[in-house]
Design a protein around this ligand. Structure first.
Ligand code: IMP
Length: 529
């Protein structure tokens, strides 16, 4: 019998049978991820060593869903995290990463109080109802309002009988009330607004927002039947809510999701206690080699003490064996990468590590069996690397260098040879370690903890310090990364991250190893200028 696909027209096969012919006669083009990441054949691969083959486009890029589960219990809309480094993530970065749908991880190269304060500010930043507003009494003065404004950035402060929540609400002081008061000693009872629009306890967020809109006031105090202040709603939050539809928030309190790093020493237990008090959602056990008795014990301690109150991201790991230890101990996610960071010299100095593409693939595929998400940490230089890391099975990427030059990263810009730069340094660089120890003599320095054993006298740096160019605000940069990633998904033919990961797992999404010449071809070349 003659097959349909073998009917020839003018000596050629019928074009209408092309797809069927492929199914019947050919093995799929390219290689499966499993074949590409067979280390016996291809060695260890980095993101630049391979490409993903294009698939079939049948949806607009803007419809590609980037929703991702980054720990056992937390799902976010943008699979991006900022590194716990003192030149990358403090309050500003963490707030903005969360507003844009990702998560910022606050570094621990500072005192416990400083880190807890940063977490507190992130958690307080955008609330549905602000349930612990700073209040003052009528006998505080204008200088107190300035102080609070400087410390927290708030301008509308409720005035209650004894300056506490659950005390009778007497008035409110806004920026406008003190605008023309040059005398800082003026008492607040003489400047506060007493003609208040308030709402009663029990009102829904939606109803409260409606009152704020129609009253045109900046703040809406919520009071109980005795006229005592129980919460506050801010108009500025309302506007922020509208502008950040992807924001990472907890379902109950509607506060931004915040993560922070700690070490594994006994004083880190106290650090964690303060961070949890400040509202922390995710703790990262920050270590360059996470497969240790210290992390296992810390994971068990955290689970025993806090149960499911916070999720733990353990690591770093790059092998299945390392992953197995931490998964068994109770980690809620794993951080993958050793030596791939842009400021990292671990592979050269310690002789250990693994090329990042291989590390992410091997650990992700293993951890997936246990429902444990993986964060691909370090080595992300462009949008393509993000798409690749997620295709290899990561649930999110963690970026240091890529975010370091943005407005929201800590530090000041400076000029060098006509370029606007910001400092970026490895947490294992001598620079960061010295900074940490000067700041934090008593409790030990976080950077030292991550990269050295307690008794090391001679310090061996595992990172370097340098500078990166100005990248503008993450409010523009992250949306660019989001759109770039969505276009990547569209080219691959996967309309969500979960469908991408699944298609890679079953061998439907195909890959190609990239030779050195292919890498040159793929970059910009042959231009005069
Ligand atoms: P990047 O995004 O390539 O710049 O890498 C950032 C990642 O490098 C961080 O999230 C850390 O995992 C890692 N890292 C930070 N500081 C050091 C260091 O001093 N040595 C090695 N790795 C580091």
């Amino acid at each position: 019998m003659v097959h349909q696909d073998e009917i020839k027209i003018n000596g050629f096969l019928d074009p209408k049978t092309a797809a069927q012919y492929l199914k019947d006669h050919e093995i799929p083009d390219g290689l499966s991820a499993e074949e590409v990441f067979d280390s016996r054949i291809n060695g260890g691969l980095t993101y630049n060593d391979f490409l993903i083959l294009p698939g079939y486009v049948d949806f607009p890029a803007s419809e590609a869903s980037l929703e991702s589960r980054i720990t056992r219990n937390i799902v976010i809309n943008t699979p991006f995290m900022s590194s716990p480094m003192d030149t990358v993530t403090e309050t500003e970065m963490a707030i903005n990463m969360a507003l844009l749908g990702g998560v910022g991880v606050i570094h621990n190269n500072c005192t416990i109080e400083e880190q807890a304060e940063m977490v507190r500010k992130v958690k307080k930043f955008e609330n549905g109802f602000i349930t612990d507003p700073v209040c003052l009494t009528p006998t505080h003065n204008v200088a107190d309002v300035h102080r609070i404004k400087q410390q927290f950035g708030y301008s509308g402060i409720p005035i209650t009988e004894d300056g506490q929540l659950y005390s009778k609400l007497l008035g409110i002081v806004t920026a406008r009330d003190i605008q023309f008061h040059e005398d800082d000693k003026t008492l607040l009872k003489d400047v506060m607004t007493t003609d208040l629009v308030v709402a009663r306890e029990g009102i829904t967020l939606e109803e409260a927002n409606q009152i704020l809109r129609s009253s045109k006031k900046g703040k809406l105090p919520i009071v109980n039947s005795r006229g005592e202040l129980v919460a506050l709603l801010a108009r500025s939050d309302l506007l922020k809510n509208l502008n950040f539809p992807l924001a990472s928030k907890t379902a109950d309190s509607k506060q931004l999701i915040c993560a922070a790093a700690i070490g594994t020493r006994s004083d880190d237990k106290l650090r964690l206690e303060k961070l949890v008090d400040a509202g922390l959602d995710i703790v990262i056990l920050d270590s360059s080699q996470g497969n240790s008795i210290y992390q296992v014990e810390m994971i068990k301690y955290i689970k025993q003490t806090y149960g499911n109150q916070i999720d733990i991201i353990a690591g770093n790991v790059v092998t299945r064996e390392q992953a197995a230890t931490l998964i068994e101990a109770g980690a809620d996610a794993l951080r993958v990468g050793m030596g791939s960071g842009s400021i990292c010299i671990t592979q050269e100095v310690m002789a250990v590590g693994r090329p990042q593409g291989t590390a992410v693939y091997k650990v992700s595929q293993f951890a997936h069996r246990f429902g444990i998400p993986v964060i691909a940490d370090g080595g992300i230089q462009n949008v393509g690397h993000i798409t690749k890391a997620l295709a290899l099975g990561a649930s999110a990427v963690m970026m240091g260098g890529l975010l370091a030059g943005t407005t929201e990263s800590p530090g000041e810009y400076f000029y060098h040879e006509g370029k606007r730069l910001k400092k970026y340094r490895g947490m294992g660089s001598l620079d960061a370690m010295e900074y940490g120890s000067n700041k934090n003599e008593k409790i030990g320095n976080a950077a030292t903890q991550r990269y050295f054993s307690e008794r090391d006298v001679v310090k061996v740096a595992q990172g370097v310090a340098g500078a990166v160019v100005d990248k503008g605000s993450v409010r523009k940069f992250v949306p660019y990364l989001i759109t770039g990633l969505q276009h990547g998904l569209q080219d691959i033919g996967a309309n969500s991250l979960s469908s991408l990961r699944e298609a890679v797992r079953v061998g439907k999404v195909r890959f190609e190893v990239r030779t050195a010449a292919a890498q040159v071809e793929g970059g910009v070349h042959g231009l005069y200028s």
